[in-house]
Design a protein around this ligand. Structure first.
Ligand code: UDP
Length: 331
């Protein structure tokens, strides 16, 4: 019998896919989620669910003991950049303070392995380079990026001081849905491009906007590294196996190193859906950088992560299928 893995945020979009990947490999999983943005019906079959806040140290230590937790995968977080600018203290509490508390709970309970979801937002604008490697000095521009980077720094200090190892995964633009249809992005008011394009294609929105067509990029729209959520989930199981083998702590980009423009995404959504997505050109969205693509070498070399869904058409098709089913369910 494999030991139990505790997943915070396992009722959320990425966390539910991580839980699916763990369950598909027969790991016993305990999901801890306060359902602030998660949904209990996204918790995969076979995972145990506890409605709790991962910053509640007494509760977490009791759960670690009761379930003999071996490792923690910490995804629970607030993740909206504009909201973090408007309400920074929410981000420092939900992200930084809760992460500090959770790390401390782990150390006191002798849970010595930790996988942390971080973000490309820690890089800021990555001046001078559109293709960012983990060597790039982090310079987060927003409270969201800063709140996440502080979590990374605490992990590094904890690992120097205690018998504790960690993996940081810096996600690029996570999108798509479980190819078997078991989970997907749950928010009907999503702001991320692929969700917006697929909701428009599925008829849940009348039209969508392109934020800026005059960037210094090949077609004038912004370029991003879109990564399928099931590949992101597999990065967590690869990170877990890496730690289980006794490997040292590390920081890894989680993206493909492939750039796609906003127009590429809309073309893919039109193709997979057959819908004539109504698009309006709008002004630039504050804070957007023209291009953000990762160097994906380290995660492939060291964690042996080999993506299975790295075609843009696959990412968009799985997202569209999920959004269509959500729409059908409401009609
Ligand atoms: N975008 C857009 N229309 C939308 C949503 C996003 O043109 O309705 C653009 C956005 O300006 C950015 C890119 O798509 O250039 C990716 O944005 P998203 O919010 O998905 O991710 P981000 O890179 O900001 O984390």
């Amino acid at each position: 019998m494999r030991p139990t893995i505790l997943v915070t945020g396992g009722a959320g979009y990425i966390g539910s896919h991580v839980t699916l990947a763990l369950r598909d490999q027969d790991w016993p999983v305990l999901v801890v989620d306060n359902l602030e943005s998660g949904q209990v019906d996204l918790v995969p079959d076979g995972a145990e669910f506890v409605n709790a806040d991962c910053g509640d140290a007494d509760r977490m230590r009791a759960l670690f003991a009761k379930h003999q937790v071996h490792a923690v995968i910490h995804l629970a977080a607030s993740t909206l950049v504009p909201e973090s600018v408007a309400d920074p203290m929410k981000y420092y509490l939900n992200n930084t303070v809760n992460t500090a508390s959770l790390i401390e709970s782990c150390i006191r309970s002798n849970v010595g392995m930790f996988i942390y979801s971080s973000t490309a937002a820690v890089y800021g604008t990555a001046e001078g380079s559109a293709c960012v490697s983990e060597e790039e000095p982090p310079r987060p521009l927003t409270p969201y990026g800063k709140s996440k980077l502080m979590g990374e720094e605490m992990l590094a200090d904890a690992a120097s001081a205690y018998p504790f190892r960690y993996i940081v995964l810096r996600y690029f633009n996570v999108a798509g849905a479980d190819p078997a249809g078991r989970s997907g992005q749950p928010n009907p008011d999503a702001t991320h491009l692929i969700s917006v394009a697929c909701q428009t294609a599925a008829g849940a929105r009348a039209s969508m906007e392109i934020y800026g067509t005059d960037y210094d990029t090949p077609d004038g729209t912004c370029v991003r590294d879109y990564v399928h959520v099931s590949d992101v989930a597999d990065a967590h199981t690869a990170a877990l196996e890496h730690l289980m083998r006794g490997a040292e702590s590390g920081v890894f980009n989680c993206g493909y190193g492939l750039g796609h423009s906003v127009l590429d995404v809309i073309a893919a959504a039109r193709l997979v859906s057959g819908a004539d997505i109504c698009v309006r050109e709008a002004s630039r969205r504050p804070g957007d950088v023209p291009e953000l693509v990762c160097s994906a070498q380290r995660i492939q070399d060291k964690l042996g992560w080999s993506p299975k869904h790295d075609q843009l058409s696959t990412i968009v098709r799985t997202a569209y299928e999920w959004e269509s089913r959500q729409r059908d369910g409401k009609m």
